[in-house]
Ligand binder design. Structure first.
Ligand code: GTP
Ligand code: MG
Length: 198
């Protein structure tokens, strides 16, 4: 299916301001700087669809993209969590919106959870897995920036994450991913097809 046809739809600061909660969407979550916006750009083959930055905390709103001019099928770029430099009050406010979105968004079919392959499964990542588990929503983990490791260490990291997620097996899948090299894009788009179109 046609992820390259994705178009920016709207940015929302809160759940209440999100587009109508109908149809199906998939959200990209993960620590600040994990590579969420870059992954959306790799998937859609558009360099600047989602804004990326070297500065963590770039994405501060819930950004919606529609696929194939069809507003009922959406990709969602979530703000990164764990960004240290914003004031604590702002962080708490954000966590609240994120939690509200993850708990209550009916059209959310699955979560793509991005983790730097060199620092997987942080406390925040565990929290995301818990939110997903609470509503029995599937999670597909991208171990990002795989280009930063040689093949051996990268597959060792993959195996390690897989085995520590054994208990979640039914709901969680894991793959290596590199936006830079475009490695893993096909596997990701197959997963999204499954969630959005079946
Ligand atoms: P926030 O919006 O701040 O939460 O960050 P994000 O998760 O959207 O990360 P973003 O896509 O903006 O990428 C952060 C930085 O990592 C940028 O400098 C990217 O160029 C870099 N980056 C992203 N993906 C990859 C990758 O696959 N390989 C390498 N080497 N760098 C990457
Ligand atoms: Mg971003």
């Amino acid at each position: 299916l046609n992820y390259p046809t994705a178009q920016f739809l709207i940015s929302a600061p809160t759940l209440a301001l999100c587009p109508d909660d109908t149809g199906a969407e998939v959200a990209f979550a993960g620590r600040s700087n994990a590579g969420k916006s870059s992954a959306i750009n790799a998937l859609t083959q558009q360099n600047a669809l989602a804004r990326t930055s070297r500065t963590p905390g770039r994405t501060q709103l819930i950004n919606f993209f529609s696929i194939m001019n069809d507003e009922s099928r959406r990709l969602v770029d979530l703000p990164g969590y764990g960004y240290a430099k914003v004031p604590e009050s702002v962080k708490l406010e954000w966590q609240k919106h994120l939690a509200e979105y993850l708990r209550n968004r009916f059209s959310l079919r699955g979560l793509v959870l991005l983790m730097d392959v060199r620092h997987p499964l942080t406390e925040f990542d565990q929290m995301m897995l818990d939110y997903a588990d609470q509503r029995e929503m599937p999670v597909h983990i991208l171990l990002t920036k795989a280009d930063k490791l040689k093949k051996g260490p990268a597959s060792a990291a993959l195996q390690k994450v897989r085995s520590s997620l054994k208990e979640w097996e039914d709901l969680v899948s894991v793959q290596l991913f590199s936006s830079l090299k475009r490695d893993g894009v096909d596997t990701l788009s197959q997963k999204l097809n499954q969630w959005l179109y079946t």
